[in-house]
Ligand binder design. Structure first.
Ligand SMILES: C[S@@+](CC[C@H](N)C(=O)[O-])C[C@H]1O[C@@H](n2cnc3c(N)ncnc32)[C@H](O)[C@@H]1O
Length: 460
Protein backbone atom coordinates (compact mmCIF):
# COMPACT_ATOMS: atom_id res chain seq x y z
CA UNK A 1 0.00 0.00 0.00
CA UNK A 2 1.39 3.38 -1.04
CA UNK A 3 0.73 5.83 1.78
CA UNK A 4 1.69 9.48 1.17
CA UNK A 5 4.97 10.46 2.83
CA UNK A 6 3.36 13.49 4.47
CA UNK A 7 0.78 11.21 6.05
CA UNK A 8 3.42 8.72 7.25
CA UNK A 9 5.48 11.52 8.84
CA UNK A 10 2.45 12.88 10.74
CA UNK A 11 1.47 9.41 11.93
CA UNK A 12 4.99 8.66 13.12
CA UNK A 13 4.95 11.87 15.06
CA UNK A 14 1.59 11.02 16.65
CA UNK A 15 2.20 7.35 17.38
CA UNK A 16 5.90 7.25 18.33
CA UNK A 17 6.74 3.67 19.45
CA UNK A 18 3.40 2.39 18.19
CA UNK A 19 3.95 3.51 14.60
CA UNK A 20 5.27 0.10 13.42
CA UNK A 21 2.32 -1.71 15.02
CA UNK A 22 -0.03 0.69 13.20
CA UNK A 23 1.69 0.00 9.86
CA UNK A 24 1.58 -3.76 10.52
CA UNK A 25 -2.19 -3.52 10.94
CA UNK A 26 -2.42 -2.87 7.17
CA UNK A 27 -1.54 -6.57 6.69
CA UNK A 28 -4.47 -7.75 8.83
CA UNK A 29 -7.79 -8.58 7.24
CA UNK A 30 -10.72 -6.15 7.24
CA UNK A 31 -13.38 -6.17 9.94
CA UNK A 32 -16.98 -6.78 8.89
CA UNK A 33 -19.80 -5.84 11.25
CA UNK A 34 -23.56 -5.76 11.52
CA UNK A 35 -25.70 -3.97 14.09
CA UNK A 36 -29.01 -5.45 15.18
CA UNK A 37 -32.10 -3.25 14.82
CA UNK A 38 -33.51 -3.29 18.34
CA UNK A 39 -36.78 -1.77 17.08
CA UNK A 40 -37.49 -5.14 15.48
CA UNK A 41 -35.57 -7.82 17.35
CA UNK A 42 -33.37 -8.30 20.43
CA UNK A 43 -29.71 -9.26 19.92
CA UNK A 44 -30.43 -12.55 21.77
CA UNK A 45 -33.29 -13.46 19.45
CA UNK A 46 -31.27 -12.45 16.41
CA UNK A 47 -28.42 -14.75 17.51
CA UNK A 48 -30.95 -17.56 17.76
CA UNK A 49 -32.25 -17.18 14.19
CA UNK A 50 -29.11 -15.86 12.46
CA UNK A 51 -27.59 -18.10 9.78
CA UNK A 52 -24.27 -16.17 9.98
CA UNK A 53 -21.05 -16.86 11.84
CA UNK A 54 -21.28 -14.06 14.42
CA UNK A 55 -18.97 -12.88 17.20
CA UNK A 56 -19.91 -10.05 19.58
CA UNK A 57 -18.24 -6.65 19.12
CA UNK A 58 -17.30 -6.28 22.79
CA UNK A 59 -18.05 -2.56 23.22
CA UNK A 60 -21.34 -2.53 21.25
CA UNK A 61 -24.24 -4.39 22.90
CA UNK A 62 -26.07 -4.99 19.61
CA UNK A 63 -23.03 -5.25 17.31
CA UNK A 64 -21.48 -8.42 15.82
CA UNK A 65 -18.55 -9.29 13.59
CA UNK A 66 -19.48 -11.55 10.70
CA UNK A 67 -17.19 -13.69 8.61
CA UNK A 68 -15.95 -12.76 5.16
CA UNK A 69 -17.79 -15.83 3.80
CA UNK A 70 -21.19 -14.58 4.99
CA UNK A 71 -23.30 -12.40 2.72
CA UNK A 72 -25.75 -10.68 5.09
CA UNK A 73 -26.69 -7.98 2.53
CA UNK A 74 -28.27 -10.69 0.37
CA UNK A 75 -30.33 -12.35 3.09
CA UNK A 76 -34.11 -11.71 3.43
CA UNK A 77 -33.51 -10.59 7.04
CA UNK A 78 -31.61 -7.62 5.61
CA UNK A 79 -34.67 -6.70 3.56
CA UNK A 80 -36.75 -7.05 6.74
CA UNK A 81 -34.50 -4.41 8.36
CA UNK A 82 -33.25 -6.69 11.12
CA UNK A 83 -29.72 -5.23 10.95
CA UNK A 84 -27.48 -2.58 9.41
CA UNK A 85 -24.12 -3.50 7.95
CA UNK A 86 -21.50 -1.22 9.45
CA UNK A 87 -17.78 -1.16 10.15
CA UNK A 88 -17.42 -1.91 13.89
CA UNK A 89 -15.64 1.26 15.06
CA UNK A 90 -18.27 3.34 13.18
CA UNK A 91 -20.87 1.89 15.58
CA UNK A 92 -19.24 3.74 18.48
CA UNK A 93 -20.64 7.31 18.04
CA UNK A 94 -24.35 6.40 18.12
CA UNK A 95 -23.61 3.90 20.85
CA UNK A 96 -22.05 6.44 23.22
CA UNK A 97 -24.44 9.35 22.58
CA UNK A 98 -26.95 9.09 25.43
CA UNK A 99 -30.51 9.10 24.06
CA UNK A 100 -33.66 9.46 26.13
CA UNK A 101 -37.11 8.65 24.88
CA UNK A 102 -38.86 11.83 23.62
CA UNK A 103 -35.57 13.51 22.72
CA UNK A 104 -35.46 15.76 19.67
CA UNK A 105 -32.30 14.64 17.83
CA UNK A 106 -30.54 16.11 14.81
CA UNK A 107 -28.12 14.04 12.73
CA UNK A 108 -26.47 16.68 10.55
CA UNK A 109 -24.27 14.65 8.20
CA UNK A 110 -26.31 11.50 8.18
CA UNK A 111 -26.17 9.66 4.86
CA UNK A 112 -26.35 6.78 4.30
CA UNK A 113 -27.71 6.40 7.83
CA UNK A 114 -25.24 4.32 9.83
CA UNK A 115 -25.71 6.50 12.91
CA UNK A 116 -29.27 7.68 12.28
CA UNK A 117 -30.65 4.13 12.12
CA UNK A 118 -29.25 3.44 15.60
CA UNK A 119 -30.43 6.80 16.98
CA UNK A 120 -33.92 6.15 15.59
CA UNK A 121 -33.93 2.70 17.17
CA UNK A 122 -32.88 4.18 20.52
CA UNK A 123 -35.77 6.68 20.34
CA UNK A 124 -38.08 3.68 20.11
CA UNK A 125 -41.02 5.38 18.32
CA UNK A 126 -40.84 8.48 20.59
CA UNK A 127 -39.50 12.03 20.14
CA UNK A 128 -38.21 13.13 16.75
CA UNK A 129 -35.16 12.43 14.61
CA UNK A 130 -34.23 15.08 12.06
CA UNK A 131 -31.78 13.39 9.74
CA UNK A 132 -29.98 15.46 7.15
CA UNK A 133 -27.31 15.26 4.49
CA UNK A 134 -26.21 18.09 2.23
CA UNK A 135 -25.97 15.71 -0.74
CA UNK A 136 -29.32 15.05 -2.35
CA UNK A 137 -28.33 11.71 -3.88
CA UNK A 138 -26.91 10.47 -0.57
CA UNK A 139 -30.02 11.68 1.27
CA UNK A 140 -32.10 9.40 -0.98
CA UNK A 141 -30.11 6.40 0.26
CA UNK A 142 -30.59 7.73 3.79
CA UNK A 143 -34.36 7.85 3.36
CA UNK A 144 -34.43 4.25 2.18
CA UNK A 145 -32.36 3.02 5.13
CA UNK A 146 -34.55 4.93 7.59
CA UNK A 147 -37.65 3.34 6.07
CA UNK A 148 -36.20 -0.18 5.93
CA UNK A 149 -35.34 0.19 9.63
CA UNK A 150 -38.96 1.10 10.42
CA UNK A 151 -38.29 4.52 11.99
CA UNK A 152 -41.53 6.56 11.94
CA UNK A 153 -40.87 9.76 13.89
CA UNK A 154 -38.50 11.35 11.45
CA UNK A 155 -37.84 14.29 9.13
CA UNK A 156 -35.42 13.41 6.33
CA UNK A 157 -33.78 16.47 4.77
CA UNK A 158 -31.10 17.51 2.34
CA UNK A 159 -29.91 20.91 3.49
CA UNK A 160 -26.83 22.91 4.26
CA UNK A 161 -26.71 22.73 8.08
CA UNK A 162 -26.28 26.52 8.22
CA UNK A 163 -29.76 26.93 6.79
CA UNK A 164 -31.29 24.82 9.56
CA UNK A 165 -30.14 27.23 12.28
CA UNK A 166 -32.93 29.77 11.85
CA UNK A 167 -35.56 26.98 11.94
CA UNK A 168 -34.23 25.25 15.05
CA UNK A 169 -32.51 27.78 17.38
CA UNK A 170 -31.42 25.96 20.61
CA UNK A 171 -34.00 23.28 19.86
CA UNK A 172 -32.34 19.87 19.91
CA UNK A 173 -31.65 17.72 22.98
CA UNK A 174 -28.96 15.82 21.09
CA UNK A 175 -27.00 16.50 17.91
CA UNK A 176 -24.85 14.04 15.99
CA UNK A 177 -22.11 15.46 13.80
CA UNK A 178 -20.47 12.61 11.96
CA UNK A 179 -18.36 15.03 10.02
CA UNK A 180 -17.13 14.83 6.45
CA UNK A 181 -13.43 14.06 6.83
CA UNK A 182 -10.30 12.95 4.99
CA UNK A 183 -11.04 9.31 5.91
CA UNK A 184 -7.62 8.18 7.17
CA UNK A 185 -9.28 5.46 9.22
CA UNK A 186 -10.68 3.97 6.02
CA UNK A 187 -7.32 3.61 4.18
CA UNK A 188 -7.11 -0.10 5.11
CA UNK A 189 -10.62 -0.72 3.84
CA UNK A 190 -10.59 1.33 0.66
CA UNK A 191 -7.46 2.27 -1.27
CA UNK A 192 -9.28 4.94 -3.28
CA UNK A 193 -9.47 7.13 -0.19
CA UNK A 194 -5.70 7.58 -0.29
CA UNK A 195 -6.01 9.28 -3.69
CA UNK A 196 -8.81 11.54 -2.47
CA UNK A 197 -6.77 12.40 0.67
CA UNK A 198 -3.99 13.64 -1.62
CA UNK A 199 -6.51 15.90 -3.36
CA UNK A 200 -8.45 17.09 -0.30
CA UNK A 201 -6.63 16.47 2.95
CA UNK A 202 -7.14 17.51 6.60
CA UNK A 203 -6.85 21.26 5.90
CA UNK A 204 -9.75 21.11 3.43
CA UNK A 205 -12.04 19.20 5.77
CA UNK A 206 -11.10 21.17 8.90
CA UNK A 207 -12.72 24.26 7.35
CA UNK A 208 -15.98 22.38 6.62
CA UNK A 209 -15.95 20.84 10.09
CA UNK A 210 -15.69 24.25 11.74
CA UNK A 211 -18.78 25.45 9.85
CA UNK A 212 -20.81 22.37 10.75
CA UNK A 213 -19.79 22.52 14.42
CA UNK A 214 -20.72 26.19 14.64
CA UNK A 215 -24.17 25.53 13.16
CA UNK A 216 -24.66 22.64 15.61
CA UNK A 217 -23.68 24.78 18.60
CA UNK A 218 -26.50 27.20 17.74
CA UNK A 219 -29.13 24.46 17.47
CA UNK A 220 -28.21 22.62 20.69
CA UNK A 221 -30.41 23.56 23.59
CA UNK A 222 -28.94 24.44 27.00
CA UNK A 223 -28.19 21.19 28.82
CA UNK A 224 -28.12 19.34 25.49
CA UNK A 225 -25.32 17.06 24.28
CA UNK A 226 -23.68 16.99 20.88
CA UNK A 227 -21.42 14.35 19.53
CA UNK A 228 -18.60 14.96 17.06
CA UNK A 229 -17.02 12.05 15.24
CA UNK A 230 -14.77 11.39 12.27
CA UNK A 231 -13.20 8.33 10.70
CA UNK A 232 -9.86 10.06 10.51
CA UNK A 233 -6.81 10.24 12.80
CA UNK A 234 -5.69 13.77 11.91
CA UNK A 235 -5.33 16.02 14.97
CA UNK A 236 -6.31 18.98 12.80
CA UNK A 237 -9.68 17.38 11.98
CA UNK A 238 -10.19 15.91 15.44
CA UNK A 239 -8.73 17.75 18.45
CA UNK A 240 -8.26 21.04 16.56
CA UNK A 241 -11.86 21.09 15.31
CA UNK A 242 -13.02 20.48 18.87
CA UNK A 243 -10.67 23.15 20.19
CA UNK A 244 -12.09 25.58 17.65
CA UNK A 245 -15.68 25.13 18.80
CA UNK A 246 -14.79 25.20 22.50
CA UNK A 247 -12.97 28.48 21.96
CA UNK A 248 -15.88 29.93 19.98
CA UNK A 249 -18.50 28.85 22.53
CA UNK A 250 -17.38 28.95 26.18
CA UNK A 251 -20.74 27.44 27.19
CA UNK A 252 -19.64 24.14 25.61
CA UNK A 253 -17.58 21.59 27.60
CA UNK A 254 -16.24 18.16 26.78
CA UNK A 255 -17.75 15.31 28.77
CA UNK A 256 -16.51 11.75 29.24
CA UNK A 257 -17.20 9.06 26.65
CA UNK A 258 -18.18 5.77 28.32
CA UNK A 259 -14.76 4.06 28.55
CA UNK A 260 -13.85 0.74 27.02
CA UNK A 261 -10.59 -1.18 27.15
CA UNK A 262 -8.56 -0.29 24.05
CA UNK A 263 -10.01 3.21 23.54
CA UNK A 264 -7.18 5.77 23.35
CA UNK A 265 -7.52 9.28 24.69
CA UNK A 266 -7.35 12.39 22.52
CA UNK A 267 -4.14 14.44 22.53
CA UNK A 268 -3.77 17.28 25.02
CA UNK A 269 -1.90 20.39 23.99
CA UNK A 270 -0.11 21.76 27.03
CA UNK A 271 0.61 25.08 25.33
CA UNK A 272 -3.07 26.11 25.42
CA UNK A 273 -4.31 28.85 27.75
CA UNK A 274 -7.42 26.94 28.71
CA UNK A 275 -7.39 23.23 29.65
CA UNK A 276 -9.86 21.75 27.20
CA UNK A 277 -9.67 18.28 28.81
CA UNK A 278 -9.03 16.71 25.44
CA UNK A 279 -8.32 13.40 27.19
CA UNK A 280 -12.11 13.05 27.42
CA UNK A 281 -12.21 12.36 23.70
CA UNK A 282 -11.60 8.89 22.31
CA UNK A 283 -9.64 7.56 19.36
CA UNK A 284 -9.96 4.01 18.10
CA UNK A 285 -6.78 2.72 16.45
CA UNK A 286 -6.75 -0.41 14.28
CA UNK A 287 -3.61 -1.77 15.99
CA UNK A 288 -5.25 -1.51 19.42
CA UNK A 289 -8.80 -2.65 18.72
CA UNK A 290 -10.64 -4.79 16.19
CA UNK A 291 -12.04 -1.82 14.18
CA UNK A 292 -10.77 0.39 11.36
CA UNK A 293 -10.49 3.69 13.26
CA UNK A 294 -12.61 6.54 14.60
CA UNK A 295 -12.53 9.67 16.75
CA UNK A 296 -15.40 10.49 19.11
CA UNK A 297 -16.08 13.51 21.34
CA UNK A 298 -19.11 14.34 23.47
CA UNK A 299 -19.81 18.01 24.19
CA UNK A 300 -22.39 19.40 26.60
CA UNK A 301 -23.89 22.89 26.59
CA UNK A 302 -24.15 24.61 29.98
CA UNK A 303 -27.62 25.24 31.31
CA UNK A 304 -30.58 23.29 32.51
CA UNK A 305 -32.27 20.63 30.52
CA UNK A 306 -35.60 22.36 29.84
CA UNK A 307 -38.28 21.27 27.40
CA UNK A 308 -37.69 22.12 23.73
CA UNK A 309 -39.65 25.04 22.42
CA UNK A 310 -41.88 23.45 19.83
CA UNK A 311 -41.82 25.38 16.55
CA UNK A 312 -45.19 26.33 15.12
CA UNK A 313 -46.91 23.37 13.47
CA UNK A 314 -48.71 23.01 10.16
CA UNK A 315 -52.48 22.61 10.41
CA UNK A 316 -53.57 19.27 11.82
CA UNK A 317 -56.65 17.42 12.97
CA UNK A 318 -58.42 17.03 9.64
CA UNK A 319 -61.43 14.82 8.98
CA UNK A 320 -60.30 11.26 8.32
CA UNK A 321 -61.63 9.91 4.98
CA UNK A 322 -63.75 6.75 5.25
CA UNK A 323 -61.36 4.49 3.28
CA UNK A 324 -58.45 5.55 5.48
CA UNK A 325 -60.47 4.97 8.66
CA UNK A 326 -61.37 1.47 7.45
CA UNK A 327 -57.68 0.71 7.01
CA UNK A 328 -56.75 2.22 10.39
CA UNK A 329 -59.31 -0.12 11.97
CA UNK A 330 -57.26 -3.04 10.64
CA UNK A 331 -54.00 -2.08 12.31
CA UNK A 332 -53.24 -2.00 16.02
CA UNK A 333 -50.22 0.30 15.61
CA UNK A 334 -51.04 3.37 17.74
CA UNK A 335 -52.00 6.31 15.50
CA UNK A 336 -53.02 9.66 16.96
CA UNK A 337 -55.37 10.92 14.25
CA UNK A 338 -54.52 14.49 15.28
CA UNK A 339 -51.06 13.87 13.73
CA UNK A 340 -52.39 12.78 10.35
CA UNK A 341 -51.74 15.03 7.39
CA UNK A 342 -52.90 14.44 3.79
CA UNK A 343 -51.05 16.01 0.88
CA UNK A 344 -51.82 15.17 -2.77
CA UNK A 345 -53.65 11.98 -1.69
CA UNK A 346 -50.61 10.87 0.34
CA UNK A 347 -51.25 10.28 4.02
CA UNK A 348 -48.56 10.96 6.65
CA UNK A 349 -48.27 10.70 10.42
CA UNK A 350 -46.28 13.74 11.48
CA UNK A 351 -43.93 13.75 14.46
CA UNK A 352 -45.49 15.91 17.21
CA UNK A 353 -42.54 18.32 17.09
CA UNK A 354 -42.32 18.53 13.28
CA UNK A 355 -42.86 22.30 13.19
CA UNK A 356 -42.91 24.45 10.10
CA UNK A 357 -40.36 23.31 7.54
CA UNK A 358 -41.50 25.52 4.64
CA UNK A 359 -38.47 26.54 2.58
CA UNK A 360 -36.37 23.50 3.55
CA UNK A 361 -35.58 20.60 1.21
CA UNK A 362 -37.53 17.94 3.10
CA UNK A 363 -37.61 14.46 1.57
CA UNK A 364 -39.91 12.90 4.14
CA UNK A 365 -42.02 14.33 6.91
CA UNK A 366 -42.91 11.59 9.36
CA UNK A 367 -44.25 8.21 8.38
CA UNK A 368 -45.83 7.83 4.94
CA UNK A 369 -48.88 5.70 5.76
CA UNK A 370 -50.06 5.25 2.19
CA UNK A 371 -52.12 6.78 -0.60
CA UNK A 372 -55.79 7.33 -1.19
CA UNK A 373 -56.46 6.14 -4.75
CA UNK A 374 -59.96 6.32 -6.25
CA UNK A 375 -61.72 5.86 -2.91
CA UNK A 376 -59.32 3.06 -1.87
CA UNK A 377 -56.45 3.25 0.55
CA UNK A 378 -53.12 1.65 -0.43
CA UNK A 379 -50.73 1.15 2.48
CA UNK A 380 -47.08 2.15 1.93
CA UNK A 381 -43.90 0.10 2.00
CA UNK A 382 -42.67 2.32 4.85
CA UNK A 383 -45.71 1.39 6.96
CA UNK A 384 -45.07 -2.33 6.39
CA UNK A 385 -41.58 -1.84 7.81
CA UNK A 386 -42.88 -0.04 10.91
CA UNK A 387 -45.50 -2.65 11.78
CA UNK A 388 -45.00 -5.87 13.71
CA UNK A 389 -46.64 -8.94 12.18
CA UNK A 390 -49.34 -9.01 14.88
CA UNK A 391 -50.26 -5.36 14.23
CA UNK A 392 -52.07 -6.10 10.96
CA UNK A 393 -55.21 -8.15 10.60
CA UNK A 394 -53.74 -10.75 8.21
CA UNK A 395 -50.21 -11.84 7.28
CA UNK A 396 -48.58 -14.23 4.84
CA UNK A 397 -45.67 -15.57 6.84
CA UNK A 398 -42.99 -17.33 4.76
CA UNK A 399 -39.97 -19.27 6.03
CA UNK A 400 -36.61 -17.72 5.13
CA UNK A 401 -35.61 -20.82 3.12
CA UNK A 402 -38.87 -20.81 1.11
CA UNK A 403 -38.02 -19.87 -2.49
CA UNK A 404 -41.14 -17.68 -2.52
CA UNK A 405 -39.34 -15.17 -0.31
CA UNK A 406 -36.74 -14.38 -2.96
CA UNK A 407 -39.42 -14.38 -5.65
CA UNK A 408 -41.47 -11.93 -3.59
CA UNK A 409 -38.42 -9.67 -3.07
CA UNK A 410 -37.80 -9.74 -6.83
CA UNK A 411 -41.31 -8.42 -7.42
CA UNK A 412 -42.91 -11.62 -8.75
CA UNK A 413 -46.48 -12.78 -8.21
CA UNK A 414 -46.42 -15.90 -6.03
CA UNK A 415 -48.77 -18.80 -5.32
CA UNK A 416 -49.20 -19.62 -1.67
CA UNK A 417 -50.99 -22.14 0.47
CA UNK A 418 -52.93 -19.74 2.77
CA UNK A 419 -53.17 -22.32 5.55
CA UNK A 420 -49.45 -23.06 5.86
CA UNK A 421 -48.69 -19.32 5.73
CA UNK A 422 -50.97 -18.52 8.67
CA UNK A 423 -53.30 -16.26 6.67
CA UNK A 424 -56.34 -15.04 8.67
CA UNK A 425 -58.24 -13.35 5.86
CA UNK A 426 -58.45 -15.35 2.62
CA UNK A 427 -58.48 -12.34 0.32
CA UNK A 428 -57.33 -8.72 0.28
CA UNK A 429 -54.29 -6.98 1.77
CA UNK A 430 -51.68 -9.13 3.54
CA UNK A 431 -48.57 -8.14 5.43
CA UNK A 432 -45.91 -10.37 3.85
CA UNK A 433 -43.35 -11.58 6.40
CA UNK A 434 -40.24 -13.70 6.60
CA UNK A 435 -40.10 -15.80 9.79
CA UNK A 436 -42.54 -13.34 11.37
CA UNK A 437 -40.73 -10.11 10.31
CA UNK A 438 -42.55 -7.86 7.78
CA UNK A 439 -41.09 -7.37 4.30
CA UNK A 440 -43.93 -5.56 2.51
CA UNK A 441 -47.48 -5.87 1.22
CA UNK A 442 -49.31 -8.26 -1.06
CA UNK A 443 -52.91 -8.70 -2.17
CA UNK A 444 -54.34 -12.21 -1.97
CA UNK A 445 -57.04 -13.76 -4.20
CA UNK A 446 -57.58 -17.52 -4.61
CA UNK A 447 -54.09 -18.43 -3.39
CA UNK A 448 -52.38 -15.93 -5.75
CA UNK A 449 -50.47 -13.18 -4.01
CA UNK A 450 -50.22 -10.04 -6.10
CA UNK A 451 -46.89 -8.41 -5.36
CA UNK A 452 -46.97 -4.93 -3.77
CA UNK A 453 -43.29 -4.79 -2.78
CA UNK A 454 -41.92 -1.32 -3.59
CA UNK A 455 -40.45 -1.51 -7.11
CA UNK A 456 -37.39 0.59 -6.27
CA UNK A 457 -36.42 -1.75 -3.43
CA UNK A 458 -36.55 -5.01 -5.40
CA UNK A 459 -33.78 -7.54 -5.07
CA UNK A 460 -31.66 -7.59 -8.25
C1 LIG B 1 -18.86 10.54 7.28
S1 LIG B 1 -20.14 10.78 6.17
C2 LIG B 1 -21.56 10.43 7.11
C3 LIG B 1 -21.78 8.98 7.39
C4 LIG B 1 -23.07 8.73 8.13
N1 LIG B 1 -23.14 9.48 9.37
C5 LIG B 1 -23.25 7.27 8.44
O1 LIG B 1 -22.94 6.85 9.55
O2 LIG B 1 -23.73 6.55 7.56
C6 LIG B 1 -20.21 12.51 6.05
C7 LIG B 1 -21.40 13.06 5.29
O3 LIG B 1 -21.35 14.47 5.37
C8 LIG B 1 -21.94 15.00 4.21
N2 LIG B 1 -21.47 16.40 4.09
C9 LIG B 1 -20.44 16.91 3.42
N3 LIG B 1 -20.35 18.24 3.60
C10 LIG B 1 -21.36 18.57 4.43
C11 LIG B 1 -21.80 19.79 4.98
N4 LIG B 1 -21.19 20.94 4.73
N5 LIG B 1 -22.90 19.72 5.75
C12 LIG B 1 -23.53 18.56 6.01
N6 LIG B 1 -23.15 17.38 5.53
C13 LIG B 1 -22.08 17.40 4.74
C14 LIG B 1 -21.50 14.08 3.11
O4 LIG B 1 -22.42 14.11 2.03
C15 LIG B 1 -21.46 12.73 3.82
O5 LIG B 1 -22.62 11.99 3.55
Amino acid sequence: MNLPQKYLDTMKDMLGDEFDAYLDSFNDSRYYGLRVNTLKITPEEFLRISPFELKPIPWIENGFYFSENDKPAKHPYYYAGLYYIQEPSAMTPANVLPVNEDDAILDMCAAPGGKSTELGAKLNHTGMLVTNDISNSRAKALLKNIEVFGIPNVLVMSEDPKKLVSYYPEFFDKIMIDAPCSGEGMFRKDNKLIKSWEKNGPEFYHEIQKGVLLAASKMLKPGGIMQYSTCTFSKLEDEESIRYILNECPELKLIDVKPYEGFSHGYEDDGQERDMQMSKTVRIWPHRMAGEGHFVALIKKDGSDGASVIPSSPSRGLKIPKELQEFLDEITYPVDTADISIRDERVFILPKQAGNTAGLRVMRTGLLLGEIKKNRFEPSQALAMVLRKDQYVSAVDLKSDDENVIRYLKGETIQIDPESCGVVRQSGWQLVCVDGYPLGWGKLANGTLKNKYLAGWRMM
